[in-house]
Design a protein around this ligand. Structure first.
Ligand code: SF4
Ligand code: SF4
Ligand code: FES
Length: 261
């Protein structure tokens, strides 16, 4: 898959006369075969990439496949790559692109392509099943403090768009789907781990299981693309790497593991 890339800087501040005509180079095909097809779209002020794709679907190509639901950045289903960058199509404004340069739209590259802009993200749901679920101490009479709530709240903002999974080189370039869970699931395990009532030890999942957190070399690409602005690397991954080190390599952690065998 390759096409000319629109690398222009944001144009939001430059006065424009609408409607403007944009060229879209959209991937059409599946895992085995495909091509880029050009479409011209008349764009009005405020339109986003998903608006343009829906306009193409309505007026030029009723066969074009795209997945979306909410059109407001909440459902996470419109993840794709715009000029090679993982984006939510419904939150990507066309005013950020130069109308003179074609915009390339492709499906998320890290997952199998079902049709056109729709990737098969079902592998992610299989990873989710491997994480030990919330395990509260049934006898505890826990009283919440505000700081307890704050710590895990950030992680619960995740909308499961899988843009972070798409950009992570461990999955994208090295295809370590058999031994690495990916940033989305470090966010999920952090949401559980930092819940004050949770008692589960997920260090084995993180180190030796599907988590495979050792593959992560903290490039922060996942954090950069997250539409919910979750500090995936600093707040979810690094503390859980430290947790693994404590559990496996500190004397106290080692003794605890021997007792739990
Ligand atoms: S920080 Fe880790 S999980 Fe995030 S993109 Fe980089 S390697 Fe992947
Ligand atoms: S952590 Fe962010 S980028 Fe990753 S799936 Fe959740 S919302 Fe999307
Ligand atoms: S359509 Fe729901 S996040 Fe874009």
């Amino acid at each position: 898959m390759s096409a000319e890339i629109n690398t222009s800087s944001p144009l939001s501040s430059i006065p424009q006369t609408y409607p403007l005509s944009y060229t879209f180079k959209i991937f059409k095909g599946n895992d085995k075969t495909g091509e880029f097809v050009d479409y011209e779209v008349s764009v009005d002020e405020g339109m986003v990439v998903l608006d343009a794709i829906l306009s193409i679907q309505e007026n030029q190509d009723t066969e074009l496949a795209v997945r979306w639901n909410c059109k407001s950045g909440r459902c996470g289903s419109c993840g794709m790559e715009v000029n090679g960058m993982p984006k939510l199509a419904c939150m990507t404004r066309l005013s950020d692109f130069d109308p003179k340069i074609p915009i390339t739209v492709t499906p998320m590259k890290t997952f199998p392509i079902l049709k056109d802009l729709v990737s098969d993200v079902s592998w992610n749901y299989e990873v989710n099943k491997t994480i030990q679920p919330f395990s509260p101490d049934e006898d505890s009479d826990f009283i919440y403090q505000q700081e307890d709530i704050e710590r895990s709240r950030e992680f619960r903002k995740c909308i499961e768009c899988f843009l972070c999974q798409d950009v992570c080189h461990v999955l994208r370039e090295h295809d370590k789907k058999d031994s690495f869970g990916g940033p989305r699931f470090f966010v999920r395990s952090a949401a559980l781990h930092f819940h004050p009532e949770d008692t589960a030890d997920r260090s084995e999942w993180l180190k030796e299981g599907q988590g495979g957190i050792g593959h992560c070399n903290i490039t922060r690409c996942c954090t950069d693309v997250c539409p919910e602005h979750i500090s995936i690397t600093d707040n979810a991954i690094i503390p859980q790497k430290e947790y693994v080190v404590d559990n496996y390599y500190s004397i106290l952690g080692w003794i605890k593991k021997q007792f739990n065998k």
